[in-house]
Ligand binder design. Sequence first.
Ligand code: NAP
Length: 434
Amino acid sequence: MTALKIAIIGAGPAGYYTAEALTASPCGHTVDIIDRLPTPFGLIRAGVAPDHQSIKAVAKRYTATAERDNVHFVGNLALGRDITLGELRTLYDAVVLATGAGGDRKLNIEGANLPGVIGSATFVGWYNSHPDFTDLNPNLHCGHVAVIGNGNVAVDVVRILAKTQEELAATDLAEHARPGLAGSKITDIYMLGRRGPEDAKYTPKEIGELAKLERARVLVDPADLPDASLDGTLEGPAKKTVPLLREIAANPRTDAEITIHLKFYARPMAVLGEDSVSGLRLERTARQDDGSVMGTGETFTLDAGLVIPAIGYLASRIEDVPYDPSQGAFINTDGLIEPGLYCVGWARRGPTGTIGTNKPDGSEIAKRIMDEVQPSDKPGRAGLDGLIRDRGLKAVTFRDWTKIDAAEQAAAKQGAPRAKFSAIDDMVRVAKGD
Ligand code: NAP
């Protein structure tokens, strides 16, 4: 087969696994990975928790792909601002959308738009130095915070809010988030699940970490836990998380500055407050045999000066690309949107699975492209370079990124792996040596 010219939009895990599979072929396909940020690795840099450095180590694998001769990173080039999807499709044999799911699923209840309600994509982006969220300034002076959801993102948020400055020292937490978190006045964090412990989506390692925090204790109401005799019937992560919760409930700590309340069977009904959030009204739910829950009609309120819905993400829409709002992903058939246009990762299947789930996903899309797409005389990279030149754009190469990387590592303090830039202008200045 003759070599194909492929553009991948989005330099996160899905993009790099797809590029890895495409360029492993002996056919010499060339891949340009385009990202609106001057930095590669997407969710690894802006989503994975700053205290989970071992997960971030997978970036080494993406670097090995990025350094292949037939792979090029084109950063600081935004689809819709600098170039259109239509233009890319005239330049490349195939275009793959690996744009992830960077938006928050909306909490559709009364008061959800009040100031002080901050979706997890925004909050996580803020503490991870994503340039879009640098100015967030969340209220960490309130005593009580409510985190809605029982997934791993909710657990990440709770853990970062509860950790001490010392526990956060050797992380790549955003520099702008350090003073606020260090001076936080939070005493109570409520993590709210609308279903029960056996239906929570978080995984054992993550929930186990909450029980090991220096200044925080975890409270679980034993009445919410299923009978221990049923442990053998539990499925999925609950096989381990429910016994872990039972252990936590049986040995509550008393000496802690912060209390993390794991509240189950609590469905948010309304966010309370006049000019900003002051609390939540919730309805107690009851589990049905099929694992779903029903409202009991019994309601209660919680005080909270900050509410963080961590209830899932949505892919950002792209003009003219069919989109399924219920799934929060592009409409596709096994990754194919229409001939020559594909999607992969969260943009394809919605925000589920681990980083590693993107590997088979990327291989599958790469195979599809190699099976289906015919080579042409489209200009590929040469055409893109011409367009970047004509428009006077400051695209960032992978070599440029290594300068940003080196500068961040050089600025690191107190055992931290790096001190991240948060402004695009600063990144581009360093990248271009301006
Ligand atoms: P998630 O795992 O889908 O969890 C979303 C949570 O929000 C669920 O508990 C869900 O409850 C709840 N929820 C949804 N809509 C709600 C509503 N309207 N009101 C109240 N609760 C609502 O999503 P996520 O936590 O955003 O994580 C996304 C993916 O990234 C997951 O695959 C996750 O495992 C992965 N991730 C992994 C790590 C890690 O490995 N350390 C870290 C972060 C994220 P129901 O179950 O009742 O729908």
